[in-house]
Design a protein around this ligand. Structure first.
Ligand code: ACO
Length: 170
């Protein structure tokens, strides 16, 4: 019988002081950067990117933590491109932890954070068949290709249930 894994996963907002942790995560996930035709970013580049977070009130960036270990990264933008939308820029599961259901679980957490949004876009860069298959398996539909290196997917979200009407009793 296959071992059952309890995939405990939490999302921790990323702060400037997390640049080294995030850098380590990227170094341990070289396959993704190779797909993009680049080296994993240097620590200074990671720190610089995190520093720009403060200037963008809509961007949300989290470390994915399981059993005290950083196993992934989640980067999305609220109210983008339209006010009722959200857009996922990057979901990255550490290379040695891919294919264990963590990506799926991270997406579930994200959806819980998106109450009120009407749709979630996912932008896939480069030739990344695995990412495309992942999003399609999670119910996303292909929307359009923005050139050869950019594909947009969308997941329609459930509308919030109507609020109960209060104070209407006679
Ligand atoms: N054990 C084993 N497999 C499981 C479990 C489990 N407990 N739970 C679910 N699975 C299956 C899923 O059903 C799925 O099966 P399928 O592919 O046959 O449908 C499969 O595992 C993959 O799902 P996850 O394991 O959740 O996927 P993963 O954790 O690998 O996350 C991701 C997918 C994010 C694409 C990951 O592989 C990754 O980080 N890749 C590199 C970075 C990347 O390309 N990210 C996407 C960029 S585009 C963007 O973010 C908008």
């Amino acid at each position: 019988m296959g071992a059952m894994r309890t995939l405990n996963l939490s999302l921790r907002p990323v702060g400037l002081e997390d640049a080294p942790l995030l850098h380590q995560l990227f170094l341990r996930s070289p396959g993704y950067f190779a797909l993009m035709g680049m080296e994993p970013p240097a620590l200074e580049d990671v720190a610089r990117d995190l520093a720009t977070l403060e200037g963008d009130g809509r961007r949300r960036v989290f470390l994915l933590v399981s059993e005290g270990e950083v196993v992934g990264y989640l980067d999305y933008k609220l109210h983008y491109p339209e006010p009722e939308d959200a857009t996922l820029s990057l979901l990255l599961i550490r290379e040695d932890r891919q294919g264990q259901g963590l990506g799926q679980r991270a997406l579930t957490h994200l959806l819980e954070n998106l109450v009120g949004a009407e749709r979630l876009y996912a932008v896939v860069y480069g030739q990344n068949p695995r990412a495309k298959a992942f999003f399609q398996a999670q119910g996303f539909q292909h929307v359009k290709d923005g050139g050869p290196a950019l594909s947009w997917y969308v997941l329609p979200l459930k509308k919030a249930p109507p609020q109960p009407t209060l104070g209407r009793e006679p």
